[in-house]
Each structure stands twice: as C-alpha cells, then as structure tokens.
Design a protein around this ligand. Sequence first.
Ligand code: HSE
Length: 436
Amino acid sequence: MKTVNVGILGLGTVGGGTALVLQRNAQEIFRRVGREVLVTMASVRNLESDRLCDCSNLSLTQDPFRIVDHADIDVVVELIGGESLAKDLVLRAISNGKHVVTANKALIALHGNEIFAAAEANGVSVSFESAVAGGISIIKSMREGLAGNQIEMVAGIINGTGNFILTEMRDKGRTFEDVLAEAQALGYAEADPTFDVEGIDAAHKLTILASIAYGTPLQFEKVYTEGISALSLTDVAYAEELGYRIKHLGIAKATDTGLELRVHPTLIPAARLIANVNGVMNAVLVKGNAVGNTLHYGAGAGAEPTASAVVADILDLVRGIDGACASRVPHLGFQASEIIEREVKAHAKFETACYLRFEVKDVAGVMSKLSAEFAKQNISLEGITQKEPKAGDDLVSVIFITQVTEEGRVDEVVASIEAMSEVFKPAVKIRVEHFN
Ligand code: HSE
C-alpha cells in the first residue's frame, strides 16, 4: 500500500516529539495500519536549531504554506500553536483536500465550528485528541467508548501547570509566585502563563469537552472562568484541615435548567480519587447515565505524552484515508446536523456548595450575626468553623461551608455580611463539589 506522507507544521517540543515517536515506533505502526507513515516535510522557525528527532530524511522549510500546498502531503499536523496563522494554515490544508491533526486547543475552542464545517464540506477530517489532556485519549473515550451514554457531568483537572502549582502549595507550603516560576522553567506553562493561571487554557479545553459531551457548538465565550492566581496558602491549608483538597477544575454539567460550563478552583473531599491527582498530571471524571462515574488519568503535557495522542490521530486518519467520509467518527461525536445549541446558565444560577471565609472582629455575637444571614436566604450550612486569631491580631477567620444551593443566593449573603462593620476584607468564596 502507498506510504502516507505527513507534513508537520512546527518542530518544537510536540512536533519534534511526534516525529521522534513516528520514527522510533515505525515497525509497530506499520503492523497496526498496514502502511508506512513517514514524516517527509516539516516547517521550522530556525533551520539551525537542535531537534528531538532525526531530520536527515526530512525536508525542512521556513514557509509552512509550502507544506499545506504540497501535492505529496497526505496529512498536515499543525503544532505551531496560536490562533491566526494556525487557522489560515489549517483552512488552506482543508481546502487542498488534506486531513489535519492539531494539538491547538485555542484554535479548536475559538474557531472549531468554522473549521469543522470546512472539513465536512471538503470531505476531510480534523483530529484534535492532543488538544485536551495530552496523552489521556479523553476525546476518543467520550466520542466512542462512552457513546452509548447521556453524559451527566464532566469534571477535569485539565491544566497541568495549575495542578503543579496547587500541589506544591499544599505539600510544601510554597507560594504561588515561587511555584509558577519553576513551572515556567520546567516548560509546563503556556508561552503566556496567564493562560494557565487565569484558567483560559482550561476553559479552551472545557469548551471542547463540553461540546463532545452534549453535542453543542463550541462556545468558549460562555464558559465562566476563574483562575488560581488569587488563591492563598491560608485557604489551601484550611481546606486541608477541613478534609478537602483544592483543585482547579473545568466542569460541564447538564441540569434541568441548562448547561453549567465553569472553570474555577474547587474544594473536593480529600478521599476522592480526583483529589489525589497531583503534580502536572491531568484527570477527567466523566459521569454517564449508563456507565456511572469513570476517571481518566494521565500526563496532560510534555513532548512524548502529547505526541502519543498526535500519532494516534494520524493512525486513525491513515486507517480511513481511502474510506468514505460518512464512516468516520464525526468531529464532535454527533452528526453535524445534530449539533444543537443549549441554554448555558449564568454563574448566579449555578447549583453548587460553597466554602466562604470571612475575616471578622473577634467580638461576642458575631458568629450568630453572620449565621443569621444564611438562614434569611434559607441556605443550609454543612459546617461552621472559627479559627484562632493570629498573634497580635484581633481578627479571626470564620469559615462556612454551605449545602448545594443557587450561587446567586450565596452571593447575596456574602454581600450583606461584607457590609457589616465587624467584617474586614472581601470574603473568599471557593465552590465545593462532592462527586458522590
Ligand atoms: N500549559 C498546558 C498545561 C500545556 O499546563 O496543561 C498542555 O496543554
């Protein structure tokens, strides 16, 4: 059978890792797909840089359009990242009738609707397993392995940098800034690390997972997003004392009143498996109405784990390269004509429990005054804790954990408590999920 020629756009960490894995595992790959899969061209910024892979049989170019326009290239692998140039290259490859594999989560989250429509019109596929949670194969699991289910919830640790920071803060008491600097030095963080710490990277990934879970268009702009940059060591430690871990989660939940799409720090009971996913590792919990809870765990970043997913996508395309378009798994796992908008709830309508910490003057009656505000809103409390004042300080931390309620009602309680003369500083609010 004819060799499949692959052109890689960007031969950096993931691009170099992809070529390396294809070269190292060539024999196994041939046995799996029955043909040779060769990287024949790659675009690079600098022709002289060191590479992870053997480039002796590779044609290197500084012009990525030469690859997407080249008649001999069957599959284009986009690994340059960013939005604008990547989008132009991917659309051009599609219009040239080439299949595309990409690890670019921002590209898919922001422009996926247009890109998939173009691919369907041209009879080609765009594969993007490596865009979410690196090597875990969560997209394949959700689109195929769990296809018999209605998905009730997806909740994932989908940013390795954020998880590394939270793990180091909890285990070693290190500050946020200190750990972020290490994550950047280790190469986990995005080019712009605010994407990691402000939740934007996780929101890109959640956008993709939510559309695959519910068969809705990609709608990044509707994801409620909070990062981890405002988290303090105090709350990380208090959560631990109360039997919880703080994890930065992307959550997509189907409720009777609409979808909840949210990315934020979350208290999780310390005994849950997902609460024990540490360091740069990722994990995605998917609850289906037939299967129940499933937890998918693995490396979410790095050259070879990400390359593992890129190569699997290439092989899937190779298996179907001569076949009919209709037999391929649809981009979002649902027929294109069945991609349907659903109401996405505003954050005031989220149904969630909350951890609330107030700093208050240590005077008689203050606790009951604060508690009364919850009763006024008919919010049940799971727990109330008062911490000792720090030496030389007359302020104490009072922590409430609510039962599940509409978040807007919690916000009203917080506003009335913050207006009290005994209360100092804005409250800390962190959502709580039990995953029962
Ligand atoms: N910066 C991302 C992370 C890389 O830390 O998860 C993988 O998408």
